[in-house]
Design a binder for this molecule. Structure first.
Ligand code: A3P
Length: 328
């Protein structure tokens, strides 16, 4: 049954004790428990219950741009490009100011802690207060945000092949102390294929956005397309955002946001911040490899078979999803 208190209209159901115990063994920081949220049964830390109603009632402004993704799909890259495009190509500020300060993370659960339930959460408060135009990051799916969001502002959804997302997420969950995953990639893939990763299920997240892809206030981007022809995707962004930038200006954005540049800058690569307290030492960097299709080199034949079975059954269970991620 629902266990979310009177103030929150969104259902949040604790995980079955056996699964909870399994996750607590594998993730050093999931000791306070996880819940399945909403009809999509998204896996979130239990303390998210303090914030679900606030997310669902968040007041978006007409000039907001929301970058919505499943984690590790190219969020930071897209935020960086969109922030520069909507802020007069102010590369100097972009280079010198951490991206999280410029572009608030609405549902930064690590910061929206249960330490002080009386507050709304540091990043939620920041998202409420930053000046327009706001470039807001969220990993929440549409069903956990205000139903009118697309009538209120623009949303960019960035999708990435689930194999690459899985590998990238494995490294992130080892890197972030707030998760502290202790297993190897094969163990992570097992959880992934059982939809037991934070913010999952992947297919539900994707399917909810795919259903809205023709809405004029939604722009659908693929990580793979950005890698293949960034100028073309920047032109689509320019048109969607009505920023009116020239090709030369878009090329400047591409150069500023190149993988090498974003990896080399502490403003976008958290791993370069000296003694970053939230990161486990010795793990792969936050801006890591930026490749497409590399998952095939990381999965054994057995892992590939398991992954393929998950693609087939999982994608069919949720409705329509982008066909390019289910074929071969
Ligand atoms: P990898 O771990 O595969 O390298 P998110 O920002 O949603 O967490 O996504 C992170 C992924 O995007 C990481 O993937 C990261 O390296 C990659 N990335 C970040 N900046 C990039 C860029 N400028 N070009 C290509 N990939 C980038």
């Amino acid at each position: 049954m629902a266990d979310n208190g009177d103030s929150c209209p969104v259902m949040a159901v604790p995980l079955a004790p056996k699964i909870q115990q399994e996750l607590q063994t594998k993730f050093g920081s999931f000791d306070k428990g996880l819940v399945e949220v909403g009809p999509g049964r998204y896996l979130l830390p239990q303390h998210c219950r303090l914030y679900l109603d606030k997310y669902a009632q968040f007041r978006f402004r007409p000039d907001d741009v929301v970058v919505m993704t499943f984690p590790r799909s190219g969020t930071t890259w897209t935020q960086e490009m969109v922030w520069c495009m909507t802020h007069d190509l102010d590369f100097t500020t972009a280079i010198n100011t951490p991206h999280r300060e410029r572009s608030p993370f609405l549902d930064f659960l690590k910061q929206h802690s249960d330490v002080n339930p009386g507050t709304t959460g540091v990043f939620l408060a920041r998202a409420e207060s930053v000046p327009s135009p706001r470039i807001i990051k969220t990993h929440l799916p549409f069903s956990l945000l205000p139903p009118s969001i697309l009538e209120s502002c623009k949303v960019i959804y960035v999708a990435r092949h689930p194999g690459d997302v899985c590998v990238s997420y494995y490294h992130l969950q080892r890197l972030f102390k707030s998760a502290n995953f202790k297993g190897d990639l094969e163990e992570f893939l097992d959880l992934w294929c059982r939809d037991l990763v934070l913010r999952g299920p992947y297919w539900s997240h994707l399917s909810e956005a795919w259903a809205k892809r023709t809405h004029p206030n939604l722009l659908w981007l693929y990580f793979e397309d950005m890698k293949k022809d960034l100028l073309r995707e920047l032109q689509r962004l320019d048109h969607f955002l009505a920023t009116g930038l020239t090709e030369d200006e878009l090329l400047q954005v591409a150069q500023h946001s190149s993988f090498a540049n974003m990896k080399a800058r502490p403003a976008t690569n958290l791993s370069l911040i000296p003694e970053s307290p939230g990161l486990m030492p010795g793990e792969a960097e936050f801006v890591r490899k930026g490749a497409t299709g590399d998952w095939v080199n990381r999965f054994t034949p057995q892992m590939k078979a398991k992954f393929q079975a998950w693609v087939e059954t999982g994608s069919k269970a949720v409705g329509e999803v982008p066909p390019r991620y289910t074929q071969g």
